[in-house]
Design a protein around this ligand. Structure first.
Ligand SMILES: C[S@@+](CC[C@H](N)C(=O)[O-])C[C@H]1O[C@@H](n2cnc3c(N)ncnc32)[C@H](O)[C@@H]1O
Length: 271
């Protein structure tokens, strides 16, 4: 990605997170990601010592999507952040000095086998072409210790997401560079061989079109109502009851998987 492009995109996201119409979006994803991370961390066997977060975009932005700050407060372990782009790494280094920042590609992780208790990929994988997915997931498996946790969230390829991309193009809205959308089954097929999927969930059900209308409506409501609504929605998205329906509509799909050296089965629980 060109550095001007990165700068423009970062500025755009920071500005939109602070605007009345865009705030709900940052708050929604921020809350959803944090709650997914907290649930995943609760599955780590013992007290987590070191965690890898792939891509530093959210940490760079701060505000409601600042995962690194949250992590430091809630989990207090060694937090490694990795990103492909120098500019994003530099910004993360200056904003969150406690994070160990590494500039690298998720397809070639520069860490020893078994280095991490948890790997958190919150929409980094979906910046790879299809043929990079297996390579990245193999890398995550390698750097996780036995009974470590992988949290993976990615943009889904489904009917509504195709409409979203089409509408964005029609309205001349900028899509993130190299943004890809994956079918759930295709990503799931890359697990196994020591990575056992223990949970599947959806999020991003509000990110379907027409987002400007959603922003307009939520932007007119009192902030505390919006916060309450978004929290309830994230809870609902995690519920096993609505999972079979929402998985066809939601923008993002998530897997939590355990690294099990002795794994012979791959049986996710409910939603
Ligand atoms: C545009 S951001 C969006 C992702 C962000 N997690 C979100 O949910 O909005 C994508 C980030 O992933 C990084 N990235 C893209 N491909 C990567 C790769 N192969 N390895 C590591 N980081 C990558 C980019 O530099 C950028 O910071």
């Amino acid at each position: 990605m060109h550095s001007d492009q990165i700068h423009a995109l970062l500025s755009e996201e920071i500005a939109s997170g602070g605007s009345i119409r865009g705030r709900w979006h940052a708050e929604y994803l921020g809350h959803s990601y944090r709650s997914a991370v907290d649930r995943a961390m609760a599955r780590v066997d013992g007290r987590p010592q070191s965690v890898l977060k792939t891509d530093l975009w959210n940490e760079c932005l701060g505000g409601t999507r600042d995962l690194a700050g949250h992590f430091q407060e809630q989990h207090g372990c060694r937090f490694f952040g990795l990103d492909l782009e120098y500019q994003v790494c530099a910004r993360a280094r200056s904003r969150v000095p406690a994070v160990h920042v590494v500039q690298a590609d998720i397809r070639a992780l520069p860490f020893r086998a078994g280095s991490f208790d948890a790997v958190l990929d919150l929409s980094t994988l979906d910046h790879l072409p299809d043929d990079g997915v297996a390579q990245a997931i193999d890398g995550y498996r390698r750097v996780l210790r036995d009974r470590g946790v992988l949290l993976l969230i990615f943009w889904q390829r489904n009917f509504l997401m195709r409409q979203r991309v089409f509408l964005k193009r029609l309205l001349g809205r900028r899509e993130k560079p190299d943004q890809h959308y994956f079918a759930r089954a295709a990503v799931r097929a890359k697990f196994g061989g020591g990575l056992v999927v223990v949970r599947e969930f959806v999020t991003g059900s509000l990110l379907i079109p027409p987002q400007p209308l959603t922003g307009f409506v939520l932007g007119r409501l009192p902030a505390r109502w919006v916060t309450r609504f978004l929290r309830r929605l994230v809870d609902l998205e995690r519920s096993a009851v609505v999972h079979p329906l929402l998985k066809h509509f939601a923008g993002l799909y998530g897997f939590a998987a355990l690294r099990r050296k002795d794994a012979e089965y791959d049986r996710p629980d409910a939603a």
